[in-house]
Design a protein around this ligand. Structure first.
Ligand code: ZN
Length: 216
């Protein structure tokens, strides 16, 4: 039985990279950890995109209008897919032949801009003591995708996309995306404790096997 989306390790270094990692793309049957709108809601609280109080509002709005819940989930998945394509295009050293596709990435940027502008249109300017802020998520039914759109904009405008990495699939890694925040930019694995060590252990076994005499 697959684990709950909230049990997934957060390795992306940014909520929207963790969002991208909620869809397992490898193999013949992709698995979507955002299985329904309630999984999306739990995940959004877990990564801090919305507060518990906001989750209550969303929950009520989605319960009253199931179509809105589905629309929220569809929007979140759509942003996730768009980000995946854009991030993939930013990765220049993917090892598994997942060729970055500039046309797909360009189309994804158009879609992401539409999602963000819808979110911004539902937002509101708020005067804080020292500045005016754009507050996203004033419509409960769209609060979750709007906060995701806000976070997506943040990663695209502020992150150093040359630091986006993909846990190396051909070497036995899991293919998850993450932002390499190491000082020298040498992080290879999503988590050394999992993917890195598993691969190292397997290599050691292979080396030992290869070193054994052929007739044993
Ligand atoms: Zn990994």
């Amino acid at each position: 039985m697959p684990i709950d989306v909230c049990q997934l390790p957060m390795v992306g270094g940014h909520p929207v990279l963790d969002l991208v990692n909620t869809l397992e793309r490898g193999g013949t049957a992709p698995h979507d950890f955002l299985s329904d709108s309630s999984a999306l809601l739990r995940w959004s609280v877990q990564v801090g995109l919305i507060s518990d109080a906001e989750a209550d509002q969303v929950c009520r709005a989605w319960r009253d209008e199931p179509a809105a819940a589905q629309a929220g989930l569809d929007a979140a998945r759509d942003i996730r897919e768009g980000l995946y394509l854009v991030m993939l295009a930013a990765i220049t050293d993917a090892d598994d032949g997942t060729a970055s596709d500039p046309i797909a990435a360009g189309a994804a940027l158009v879609g992401l801009h539409q999602r963000w502008s819808g979110a911004a249109a539902r937002g509101r300017f708020v005067l804080d003591s020292s500045q005016v802020r754009l507050v996203y998520g004033t419509v409960p039914a769209m609060l979750v995708p709007d906060r995701i759109a806000e976070a997506a904009l943040d990663v695209m405008l502020t992150a150093d996309l040359t630091r986006v990495r993909r846990c190396p699939v051909l070497e036995g890694g899991c293919g998850w995306l993450f932002l390499d925040r190491s000082r020298n930019g040498s992080r290879r694995w999503c988590r050394m404790a999992d993917c890195g060590n598993v691969v190292k252990a397997r290599r050691l076994t292979e080396r030992r096997r290869a070193a054994r005499p052929a007739n044993s």
